[in-house]
Design a protein around this ligand. Structure first.
Ligand SMILES: [Zn+2]
Length: 262
C-alpha cells in the first residue's frame, strides 16, 4: 500500500489522499475535494481509481465525488447512515475494505459529525506499521471540532473506544493541515511541553505538502486531547473553569471548548 497525500490550497486546508496498491495499480480516493487533481495524482502514479470513500458528509470532504465518479466510473462508498453525492454502498463499523493489496478496516468515530468513518490499515505482512486515516476526528495536536452537527461527548467516547487502543507506531493521516495552529494551542495549554515546542519549531517554515507524518506515539507526547491526565493541563484549565470536574471527559470538553475560540 502506498499513500499519496496532497494539500488542496483551500481556506479549510484539506488534505486529499490516494491510497494505491502498487502491484495491481488500483487506488482508493479518499474525500475527493478536487476531482481533476485527484485524477492527475492517479495518472502520475500509473494507478486507476477504483473506489471513492468519504469519511463524513461535510461538503469539503465530498464535493469532488460526482466529478471524480464521472472521470473514473468508481463507486462512492460512505458510512451506511451517511448521505453523500453518488453513494452506492453503506459501510458499517468493522467492515473490511479490500482492493488489491490494500486492506482497510472501518471504524465508526462519531463526534465531529453524528456519522464519521476512520479507516485503519492494520499492520500485516504487506503493511509494516498500522496506518490511520482519521478524517476530521483526530488531527495532529488536536481533536476535530464538534460545532457543525457534532457532539463533544460522542467525540470523547470515540477517542476512548476507537483511537486510544491503537498502537504507538500507527501513522496518522488526518483530513486537514492544522498542525501549526494546533501546536500553538497545545503550547498555550501546556507551556512546558518540550515535544510541542520541538515540533512547532520543526514545522514552522514548512509548506503543507511537506508536513511530517506523525505517529500516534508522537501525538501522545504533545496532543492535549491525548494527555487528559497531565497535571499541568488540568491546573491551567482550572484557572478558566473553576468548576472543572475530575474526569477525563471534563478535561476533553473544556479543551474542545477553548479550541473552538482559539
Ligand atoms: Zn468536517
Amino acid at each position: 500500500m502506498q499513500i499519496i497525500r496532497r494539500y488542496m490550497h483551500n481556506p479549510l486546508r484539506n488534505f486529499n489522499y490516494l491510497i494505491g496498491c502498487e502491484e495491481s495499480g488500483q487506488a482508493i480516493a479518499l474525500d475527493p475535494f478536487d476531482a481533476d487533481i485527484m485524477q492527475a495524482m492517479a495518472v502520475e502514479q500509473g494507478w486507476v481509481i477504483r473506489l471513492i470513500i468519504n469519511t463524513h458528509e461535510h461538503h469539503d470532504h465530498v464535493q469532488g465525488n460526482l466529478a471524480l465518479q464521472a472521470l473514473t466510473n468508481a463507486p462512492v462508498w460512505a458510512h451506511e447512515n451517511a448521505r453523500v453525492p453518488g453513494q452506492s454502498h453503506g459501510i458499517k463499523a468493522g467492515d473490511e475494505i479490500n482492493l488489491g493489496s490494500i486492506q482497510l478496516r472501518a471504524l465508526h468515530t462519531p463526534g465531529h459529525t453524528p456519522v464519521h468513518l476512520c479507516l485503519l490499515a492494520p499492520a500485516s505482512a504487506q503493511q509494516e506499521v498500522p496506518v490511520l486515516f482519521s478524517g476530521d476526528t483526530l488531527f495532529n495536536a488536536c481533536a476535530g471540532n464538534c460545532k457543525n452537527g457534532g457532539n463533544v461527548d460522542d467525540m470523547y467516547d470515540s477517542f476512548v473506544s476507537q483511537l486510544l487502543p491503537l498502537p504507538d507506531a500507527t501513522l496518522l493521516y488526518p483530513g486537514h493541515d492544522y498542525m501549526k495552529t494546533n501546536l500553538a494551542f497545545a503550547l498555550d495549554r501546556e507551556p512546558g511541553n518540550a515535544m510541542a515546542s520541538y515540533w512547532a519549531d520543526q514545522v514552522q517554515a514548512l509548506e503543507p505538502d511537506a508536513m511530517p507524518v506523525m505517529t500516534l506515539g508522537q501525538e501522545r507526547e504533545y496532543n492535549p486531547f491525548l494527555r487528559l491526565h497531565e497535571r499541568r493541563i488540568r491546573e491551567q484549565l482550572l484557572q478558566k473553569f473553576p468548576q472543572l470536574g475530575q474526569g477525563d471527559r471534563d478535561v476533553f470538553r473544556a479543551l474542545r471548548q477553548l479550541r473552538d475560540h482559539w
